[in-house]
Design a protein around this ligand. Structure first.
Ligand code: C2O
Ligand code: CU
Ligand code: CU
Length: 438
């Protein structure tokens, strides 16, 4: 596990040598020595001041995905830190307990920098969450799941072909916290798995290898109102899942994998099943924890309060496209991202419905808004229903081919933000727009 630090640390983006695959020590990027970054853990309400030193040979910045921060601290693509320069991100958090994450956001370079290793976790705590007595310490596992394409030296290589830009840059090596073939010994207890899908383009249909149910207790914006029992859970790039897994009845010696099951659909990745993380039950311990009947408060915005509905066409069929065009195949309302163009103007405090229409598209698009959390109102076409994670507040919502998804949010932070597809190849290809709140 990455080390845990408080809200006044220094992060420095740099290259280092680390082995993600046994026996091979490749070149990676990280916010410390090695791949990824430390896990930042703060209480909501405290002042955060994070000095960022860019020791790369190119510009980068940090976006706090899932934190409600002022626009000037959000890591917008116009707010870059040049090679060799530093910047201090400071903000006071005031939000529900959740696990966010941080990663770079340079226009057209996000995918490459994330794939090479730049990402980290950010945990926000509150007294209300602490009072629930959820598994903590050794029983709380913050996990970044990523697939990597490693060359013979174990270095993540980023050289997307046309096909990779369409499908997302898939890797043959699945890593957990930067480690391939990860193993974790567990006791006969409940464990809290706090997962972010930090992959560029891969979806994971999370399940346990023994097909046992597990509990979803939280999502992007925090805890659900009550635990949801599930046997599988589709998690798209950018999304988080807060899970409880019960090993308390397992016998010592039992082996259980967290895995990804096939989820169907037309794509090659939908047919793949593979293991992600191996758990071995290696000791007996008494389990004092009891699953709480209720956890948080359900989202409360009412669709009737919406003063405007905006529709975004995100679904252009790729199969018929001219493969000669190198850039800009992925668009929103026919537009390719332009850093200095304001695409949508929103009134500060307004409640709105945004609809993402992928009904004519043939690729999954996890749509992500900066600057706010939202409720998912409806999904028609495709899966035609909301999922367990969509009972809570979200910042990223998966819109599968054929689907139309409507979300509801109130825009309470002024300034310039982006919204985009969190398939990072799509994002870098231009599937992003600016919106301004004032
Ligand atoms: Cu996690 Cu704009 O991104
Ligand atoms: Cu974000
Ligand atoms: Cu997309």
């Amino acid at each position: 596990f990455p080390e845990t630090v408080n809200g006044t640390t220094t992060l420095s983006a740099r290259a280092a040598t680390e082995s993600m695959l046994k026996g091979k020590a490749g070149r990676v990027l990280g916010y410390r020595e090695g791949v990824l970054g430390p896990t930042i853990r703060v209480s909501s309400g405290t002042d955060v001041s994070l000095r960022f030193q860019n020791n790369l040979t190119e510009k980068t910045n940090i976006h706090w995905h899932g934190l409600l921060v002022p626009a000037a601290m959000d890591g917008h693509p116009t707010q870059m830190v040049a090679a060799g320069q530093s910047f201090t991100y400071s903000f006071r958090l005031n939000q529900a307990a959740t696990m966010a994450w941080y990663h770079p956001h340079p226009h057209e370079k996000t995918a490459k920098q994330v794939h090479q290793g730049l990402a980290g976790l950010f945990i926000v705590e509150t007294p209300a969450e602490k009072a629930l007595g959820l598994p903590s310490g050794a029983y709380e596992l913050p996990l970044v799941i990523q697939d990597k394409r490693l060359d013979a030296t174990g270095t993540p290589t980023y050289a997307p072909t046309m096909n990779d830009v369409m499908m997302g840059y898939m890797g043959e090596t699945v890593t957990v916290n930067g480690v391939a073939g990860a193993l974790h010994n567990v006791a006969t207890r409940f464990y809290r798995l706090r997962i972010v899908n930090g992959s560029n383009g891969r979806l994971y249909n999370l399940a346990l290898s023994n097909d046992s149910p597990f509990w979803l207790i939280g999502t992007d914006g925090g805890l659900l109102a009550a635990p949801e029992s599930v046997t599988s859970l589709l998690l798209a790039p950018g999304e988080r899942a807060d899970l409880l897994v019960d090993f308390s009845k397992a016998t010592v010696g039992t082996e259980v994998f967290l895995r990804s099951n096939p989820f169907g659909g037309a794509s090659a990745q939908g047919r793949q099943g593979f293991n992600i993380l191996r758990f071995v039950v290696n000791r007996t311990e008494a389990e004092p924890f009891r699953l709480p009947a209720s956890l948080g408060t359900a989202p409360t915005l009412s669709a009737g309060a919406a003063t405007q509905t905006r529709t975004f066409n995100i679904g252009v069929a790729m199969s018929g496209m001219n493969m000669g065009a190198m850039k800009g195949m992925h668009t929103i309302n026919g537009k390719v991202y332009s850093m200095n163009r304001v695409d949508e103007q929103v009134k500060l405090g307004a409640t709105e419905i945004w609809e993402f229409d992928n009904s004519a598209g043939d690729e999954p698009h996890p749509m992500h808004l900066h600057g706010t959390f939202f409720q998912v109102l409806s999904r028609t076409g495709g899966r035609n229903a909301l999922t367990a994670t969509e009972k809570g507040l979200k910042d990223t919502v998966l819109v599968m081919p054929g689907e139309r998804v409507r979300i509801l949010t109130q825009f309470n932070t002024p300034g310039l933000f982006v919204f985009h597809c969190h398939n990072l190849e799509h994002e870098d290809d231009g599937m992003m727009l600016n919106y301004s709140v004032s």
